[in-house]
Write a protein that binds this ligand. Sequence first.
Ligand SMILES: CC(C)(COP(=O)(O)OP(=O)(O)OC[C@H]1O[C@@H](n2cnc3c(N)ncnc32)[C@H](O)[C@@H]1OP(=O)(O)O)[C@@H](O)C(=O)NCCC(=O)NCCS
Length: 152
Amino acid sequence: MTDDVDQILAVMEVAFDPIYGEAWNRRQVEDALKFGNCHYSLVNAQGREPVDGESAAGFFLSRTGYEEEELLLIAVDPHYRSKGLARSLLETLRIGARSRGAKRLLLEMRRGNPAESLYRNVGFHAIGERREYYRTPGGQRLDAITFACDMG
Ligand SMILES: CC(C)(COP(=O)(O)OP(=O)(O)OC[C@H]1O[C@@H](n2cnc3c(N)ncnc32)[C@H](O)[C@@H]1OP(=O)(O)O)[C@@H](O)C(=O)NCCC(=O)NCCS
């Protein structure tokens, strides 16, 4: 698992814009995987599971709850964007979550994140908002929007 945490952190470092303070540190990732009922998946640049020490180009991290699964993080290295890697990670999430008993997927996103198009394209819709829920390292307060995707 340590290798996979290294892979997750390597993508995290290049994928998230530091102005929003959204990237997690090693401790947060390790604790989520050890104690948080969390799951993850990695993809290589071709959208497949990395093998034989191949670098990851993207990952997701999710948390399983009762009949639902929350997407906590999804990220793709900027060098490999717009190739469908996030879309394929979300498909892996959907399959895994269903096998864990989820009837719907949830996620929370800062208002204005371009990832909104991705989420809407794969079937998520907004179900609520939390005003000024996030605070950036620079002190700006940003709304959170909650999205859900029913899996039938
Ligand atoms: C969001 C993110 C994961 C998308 O990764 P990606 O591999 O480039 O996404 P995909 O290629 O699978 O895109 C699938 C669809 O989502 C939409 N999309 C993805 N990124 C988009 C962007 N920046 N702007 C607009 N639409 C976008 C497009 O409609 C795209 O469909 P198309 O290729 O048919 O046009 C990536 O931009 C990223 O890592 N962002 C920084 C981290 C982040 O903010 N994560 C979300 C919050 S945890």
